[in-house]
Write a protein that binds this ligand. Structure first.
Ligand SMILES: [Zn+2]
Length: 217
């Protein structure tokens, strides 16, 4: 990749950061890109070139948002995010995964669950959100990966269906709405490999996130 392409990519990610900033005074914001949570400070990782989640959180903090919660429900662990927020006491990280890729040792401000049974998936997310209620946040940045779906060629936990992801998105956006907590989200992990997961099916899954978010508008 040439330096121009790198610069363009950085601009896109900074654009996402600005979306997060706009969200501070709004209600819900979205950016239809993905590939963010594995990137480190000095290198990309796992299809992620820059960590737009942390960039957005830092922009929001600079604008006076108050503490920021990064909620990561992509199938894979957000090790890049964990590394980048280690020194920032105002960014918190709730990470519920189904695949150990990019796992890490959680810290005081980070929780990491790697769910192995589909029956535990939604209850684990619900419990982590209940736990997070103990703190006051000014912004939630949501990494809405759909790769926990059982038909996804990467990530995929057997038994995670469309209905699970539908209920997950309702849970997340209702939780934000009930707390008047502004939320910015990105679509994330979702991979095409016909016939189990073709493009139309993947779009259908991402629409679950958009539809749940639109109810807040
Ligand atoms: Zn993923």
């Amino acid at each position: 990749m040439g330096s121009g392409a790198v610069a363009d990519g950085a601009c896109v990610q900074w654009g996402y950061g600005c979306r997060g900033l706009a969200c501070v005074t709004g209600w819900e914001s979205r950016f239809l890109s993905s590939g963010l949570h594995h990137a480190r400070r000095d290198q990309g990782c796992g299809y992620c070139t820059f960590n737009g989640l942390v960039l957005a959180a830092q922009v929001a903090l600079a604008a006076g948002a108050g503490d920021v919660l990064i909620l990561d429900l992509d199938a894979h662990c957000g090790g890049g995010t964990h590394a980048l927020i280690a020194e920032n006491p105002h960014i918190w990280h709730v990470d519920v995964s189904v695949d150990p890729f990019d796992s890490y040792q959680p810290s005081e401000r980070t929780t990491l669950d790697i769910v192995a049974d589909a029956a535990d998936y939604l209850p684990t997310i619900a419990q982590r959100l209940r736990d997070a209620q103990a703190r006051s946040f000014g912004l939630c940045i949501y990494n809405a990966g759909v790769d926990p779906h059982e038909d996804c060629p990467e990530g995929a936990l057997a038994g995670i269906t469309d209905q699970h992801l539908h209920e997950r998105e309702q849970l997340v956006f209702d939780w934000c709405r009930d707390r008047s907590l502004p939320v910015a989200f990105v679509i994330a992990g979702g991979y095409v490999k016909p016939p189990r997961m073709d493009e139309a099916k993947l779009v259908e899954l991402h629409r679950l996130t958009l539809t749940a978010a639109a109810r807040l508008a």
